[in-house]
Design a protein. Structure first.
Length: 301
């Protein structure tokens, strides 16, 4: 009896441009964390973060390739197109962060005191970490929505920006917990509430898109996202005004970095990082608002 269900294996999953990019991601990721684990070495929170990024991205990439090659993704109750687009953007951001952090903290030109062999392994790992970032960026470029194309929401500019907004918010949270003294004033606590609210809602939007549940909601999801984005712009405008005033105005904070502030443990440094990324996220939400009014959501792709 001949099967009429088509081929069991999807060879395009590994032969198409996107498939080749994913195979390179798997190769570069495995090579990177293998070099670090074998001889390069890592330590402290920075090294642990880099290893997590490389192993996490490798595992999810293998899962995606396996599911697409065997058609198993059709059995999953998620929007596969939204999931792969969201992961590609997230992996791009995480991999570029690790590609910057690892050589910054672990690579040196001289052999002393780690030895030339360890140094060479760390340099090689840094090179492959950079190639890993390029491979994920290529996938984002290949799968992004083209003008006039019907595609998954997470593949659109607005959808990709949601991932970037959440990632930037995580950087802000990291700086907040690093002795930023945000509890000193009610105004700075308001800013923390803004960051938290926008982060949570953005994650919810991504979650509904990835799970493909937007069509089951009792309210128009696409309009609600546009309204939320407009509200997020207003909230971030308030934070972009309030945070610098209460951190860098001479009446409430310090316009210059205190001379006796220890490097890496200075509240002023954390406050500066938060201010910079507040303006970055404000810009991202403004761009998101401009694009979100011109797209239609597709939850089932």
């Amino acid at each position: 009896m001949e099967s009429t269900g088509g081929p069991y294996l999807n060879t395009a999953a590994v032969t198409s441009p996107v498939g080749i990019a994913r195979l390179l991601q798997m190769t570069f990721g495995c090579t990177t964390f293998s070099l670090v684990a074998h001889q390069g070495g890592f330590s402290a929170a920075y090294g642990t973060f880099c290893m997590f990024v490389w192993t996490f991205c490798f595992a999810i990439t293998v899962f995606i390739i396996t599911c697409e090659f065997t058609h198993l993704h059709s059995c999953l109750s998620i929007s596969w197109g939204n999931f792969t687009a969201a992961f590609a953007m997230l992996a791009t951001l995480m991999s570029v962060t690790a590609a910057v952090i690892y050589p910054l903290y672990f690579v040196q030109l001289g052999c002393y005191p780690i030895g030339c062999e360890v140094r060479d392994f760390r340099i090689a790992a840094s090179v492959f970490a950079g190639l890993l970032f390029v491979a994920y960026a290529v996938e984002v470029f290949l799968t992004r929505a083209k003008p006039g194309q019907v595609t998954s929401y997470m593949a659109t500019v607005s959808g990709l920006l949601k991932i970037v907004q959440a990632f930037v918010a995580c950087i802000i949270f990291g700086a907040l917990v690093n002795d930023s003294q945000y509890g000193k004033y009610v105004a700075t606590q308001w800013c923390v509430a803004v960051y938290s609210f926008c982060f949570v809602v953005t994650v919810v939007v991504v979650a509904f898109s990835v799970t493909g549940k937007t069509a089951t909601l009792w309210f128009p999801f696409e309009r609600s996202v546009v309204v939320y984005t407009f509200g997020a712009v207003l909230l971030y405008v308030s934070a972009a005004v309030v945070w610098p005033v209460f951190c860098f105005d001479s009446k409430y904070g310090s316009p210059r970095r205190p001379g006796l502030c220890a490097k890496g443990k200075c509240p002023w440094d954390s406050q500066l990082v938060i201010a910079v990324f507040t303006y970055i996220n404000l810009l991202l939400y403004v761009v998101d608002l401009a694009y979100s009014q011109r797209i239609r959501f597709v939850s089932h792709l």
